[in-house]
Design a protein around this ligand. Structure first.
Ligand code: 5AD
Length: 450
């Protein structure tokens, strides 16, 4: 059977989709190739959220077409995911070496399409239609990648987005919001835990909007909180995370859940995007700066140690120096543990791309530098504060930067590197933080008792 190599760009949702496609292909007899040099099928799972991500994948495919295709003409080349969805046939028109374009509601049919190509039934395949219930098809996992059991897993609970932020291409690449059922999601989580998974991250474009259309609020609890409660019941599961929420999803029911559900870790990634009410309104975010600050305050009241990270877009059309000052000040006021800063990138067919007063690139660069300084200074302070403290970590495996050491995450989602061995994998253990680096902590399990 042919071997497949999948390269993934973009968010955790894309990582998860790639994993499900790989698992589905393995179930049909395919094998996974370690790299593109030996693969019979090369698939790029793409991201459209910024132009840079699209350019990277396009350039990669051009290179593959030039190098790999020349020496092995029978290799099958495909694009999947967000850019495949939004550009469709255009991708083959632009790069005629591409054989396959699989949209975001067709991932589960990748094996069918490859069969069609290998058997000669079809020459080129472009499949980007919507498909009913496709949100429930991302469920297979690769549970022992790298020959080791997985400690953590992602579970996709929904697809699509109805928020229509004016900068964002996602509603056009991922479609309308559609949610899986609670029993279906719980069954997947149980299966993962039965295979040794200790921590599950629930994924969706706006996870806090989970089940809104299908499940009524009961006893003051939204569908998302009902789902958290159902997953919390699973014996053997130690930690629950989710990403990404929308600030509007932090009702009192969710905030209160942090005090009530011990497996729900003290960590939240809450995209603020801007500190200026004027810009937030132009972005169609649906909250004010004050409302955002109110949510953070409530969360910290329930969980004072809450690790809070965010996303910020700089240089949104019409952003003035004064608006930017508001973003700097929201950063200082909240003291986010970490912030991911993005320079605004106009996306096709989104309202913001046609807005007046687009911000020149040098201004974006300059604001980026200034914000980065504040983010790093606050981050360093947060991390330094933890030195000398004790923290519980879940050990995930070897450190990415130094494979001779092991790494785990605290409940607040901070990475801790320590001298350990394979026997620590999957363990929940206490360490003493001995040093803080740049957004990394170093721990020592041995000197805990001192
Ligand atoms: N330009 C820049 N950043 C963007 N994001 C989404 N759309 C754009 C865009 N057009 C950022 C947002 C989002 C993150 C995943 O990507 O901050 O939260």
């Amino acid at each position: 059977m042919p071997s497949v190599y999948i390269k993934t760009y973009g968010c955790q949702m894309n990582e998860r989709d790639s994993e499900a496609v790989a698992a589905q292909l393995i179930a049909k007899g395919y094998t996974l190739a370690p790299g593109e040099a030996t693969a019979d099928v090369i698939l790029l799972n793409t991201c459209s959220v910024r132009d840079l991500a699209e350019q990277k994948a396009l350039r990669k495919m051009e290179n593959i077409a030039a190098d790999v295709r020349r020496s092995r003409p029978n290799v099958v080349l495909g694009f999947m995911g967000c850019m495949a969805q939004s550009r469709g046939q255009q991708l083959i028109d632009k790069l005629p070496d591409v054989d396959l374009v699989v949209g975001t509601q067709k991932f589960h049919r990748a094996a069918e399409y490859l069969d069609d190509i290998f058997s000669g039934r079809r020459d080129k395949v472009v499949e980007v239609a919507e498909e009913d219930r496709s949100e429930a098809t991302i469920r297979e996992h690769l549970l022992n990648g790298n020959a080791h059991k997985s400690v953590t897993a992602y579970v996709s609970i929904m697809q699509g987005c109805n928020q229509y932020c004016t900068f964002c291409i996602v509603p056009y690449t991922r479609g309308q919001e559609r949610s899986r059922t609670i029993p279906d999601i719980v069954a997947e989580c149980r299966e993962l835990v039965a295979h040794g998974v200790k921590e599950i991250t629930l994924l969706g474009q706006i996870v806090t909007s989970y089940g809104k259309r299908d499940l009524p609020t009961t006893d003051g609890k939204s569908a998302f909180v009902q789902l958290l409660e159902a997953i919390h019941e699973i014996e053997g599961l130690e930690r629950i995370r989710f990403t990404s929420p929308h600030p509007k999803g932090y009702g009192d029911d969710l905030i209160e859940a942090y005090g009530r559900l011990p497996k729900l870790v003290e960590s939240a990634h809450i995209p603020v995007q801007s500190g200026s009410d004027r810009v937030l309104k132009l972005m169609h975010r649906g909250y004010t700066r004050e409302r955002f600050l109110g949510i953070i305050e409530k969360l910290r009241r329930v969980q004072p140690r809450m690790g809070i990270t965010t996303d910020i877009i700089l240089g949104f059309p019409g952003e003035t120096e004064e608006d930017f000052q508001q973003t700097l000040s929201v950063m200082r006021e909240v003291e986010f543990d970490q912030a991911y800063i993005f320079k605004y990138s106009p996306r096709r067919d989104t309202p913001a791309a046609a807005m007046p007063d687009q911000v020149p690139q040098p201004v974006k660069e300059e604001r980026n530098q200034r914000l980065l300084e504040v983010v790093n200074e606050i981050g360093a302070r947060h991390y330094q504060k933890l030195v000398g403290q004790r923290a519980q970590i879940l050990v995930e495996g070897p450190s990415k930067k130094n494979a001779a050491r092991m790494m785990g995450r605290t409940r607040c989602n901070k990475i801790v590197v320590f001298d350990g061995s394979e026997r620590h994998r999957g363990q929940l253990m206490d360490v003493k933080i001995i040093r803080a680096g740049s957004f990394t902590l170093y721990g020592d399990p041995a000197i805990l008792d001192e």
